[in-house]
Design a binder for this molecule. Structure first.
Ligand code: SF4
Length: 371
């Protein structure tokens, strides 16, 4: 399997039919005004690729513009406080992406003169950059010959070439990488990469693909064999494990809430969240709580459900209103901003720190009721 990214050949070399149809379609119908295309520098391409993993373009656009406005260069990202990065990412989910982004930026400053390296292996050695992201950076920002294989591209290739089998399976994935590499044109790599991604996002969509408007329709195996709806082969079914937890919503003087920084690595690692307990009885049995507050002081709130990639969480929040004389029960003490990973945080300053989206929604609802 070819892995090396190579500089493109002269533009005079003829384009293979697959690439030439895609490029002609892209010139007319592709997306040319995405914010990371103007300018299309390595940092912006990288940031957009990471944000676009698991998230739609329409959602990413606003986040991307705010992010590059606050941190316009890779060295600026490397220098930024982790809390600022998490706050800019807050709401996009999959927070390990933001942590890896900053770790990678710091490694680039340390080892690559503050820039992303134009080399496949060096890029893939950075946290959070897999082969497809590296391929997108190399082809789009450096014009090098490197394939990509994100979800959209997998769908286009599986359908156009009639490839059976779940693309997450190693053997199928290797075959798709080989095909993605073999189909690369000798030139116009940046446009070709954008074209195949755009086709998957706007024409060869998961539901209701517009085959009538597709530049690949004349040779599409799935269309010719009536298997468009069957391909790509879906992931074999599995039931998602269910987990539950109890959250403490300790509100001081209706103005501040007790937050706890989640350990990293881990789910929502590095974000500020509500103190979490395995269940209601361990929350009620907590030593500090149990000796100071009678059981009725903990008031159940509507449960929060959130589906992660590997499990579904149902969290039962319990509100606890506490006055001035009881605030010492919880860390931190008077005059201390943060202790044991806990802090009292003003309800009207939630935007300044990274908070998981379901927790942010719950706290915003709390604040609105109290305004
Ligand atoms: S013809 Fe239809 S199924 Fe085939 S690649 Fe185009 S949009 Fe996808």
């Amino acid at each position: 399997m070819a892995r090396a990214a190579t500089a493109h050949s002269p533009a005079s070399e003829p384009l293979p039919a697959f690439a030439s149809r895609l490029l002609a379609w892209h010139a007319k119908h592709g997306r040319h005004d995405l914010p990371w295309q103007q300018p299309r520098d390595p940092y912006r391409v990288w940031l957009s690729e990471i944000m676009l993993q698991q998230t739609q373009v329409a959602t990413v656009t606003g986040y991307f513009l705010r992010f590059v406005d606050a941190l316009p260069t890779l060295p600026a990202l490397a220098r930024a406080p982790a809390d600022q990065v998490m706050a800019l990412w807050s709401g996009l989910g999959y927070y390990s992406r933001a942590r890896n982004l900053q770790r990678a930026a710091r490694l680039c400053v340390e080892h690559h003169g503050g820039e992303l390296p134009a080399d496949l292996d060096a890029l893939m050695a950075l946290p959070g950059i897999g082969r497809s992201t590296a391929g997108a950076i190399l082809s789009q920002a450096f014009g090098l010959r490197a394939p990509i294989l994100d979800g959209n591209v997998k769908r286009v290739l599986c359908r156009s070439h009639g490839i059976d089998g779940f693309p997450g399976q190693r053997a199928i994935e290797l075959h798709l990488w080989w095909l993605a590499d073999a189909l690369l044109p000798p030139s116009q790599l940046a446009d070709y990469t954008q074209a195949i991604m755009d086709l998957g996002a706007t024409v060869c969509t998961r539901a209701r693909p517009e085959c009538g408007n597709c530049p690949l329709r004349d040779d599409c195996v799935a269309l010719a064999t009536g298997r468009v709806a069957e391909l790509p082969t879906p992931r074999p079914r599995r039931t998602l494990p269910q987990r539950s937890a109890a959250w403490l919503v300790a509100v001081h003087d209706s103005r501040r809430v007790l937050l706890h920084r989640r350990p990293s690595p881990g789910i929502w690692g590095g974000l500020w969240s509500l103190p979490e307990f395995p269940d209601e009885s361990s929350l009620r049995g907590d030593r500090a709580l149990g000796t100071t507050f009678p059981p009725p002081a903990l008031v159940p709130m509507p449960a929060v459900r959130h589906v992660f990639t590997h499990y579904a969480l149902t969290a039962q929040p319990f509100r606890l209103d506490i006055g001035e004389d009881q605030v010492h029960v919880f860390a931190p003490g008077p005059g201390v901003a943060e202790q044991d990973g806990c802090r009292w945080h003003p309800l009207d300053e939630l935007a300044s720190i990274g908070i998981p989206q379901p927790v942010r929604r719950l706290l915003t609802g709390l604040r609105l009721r109290e305004d």
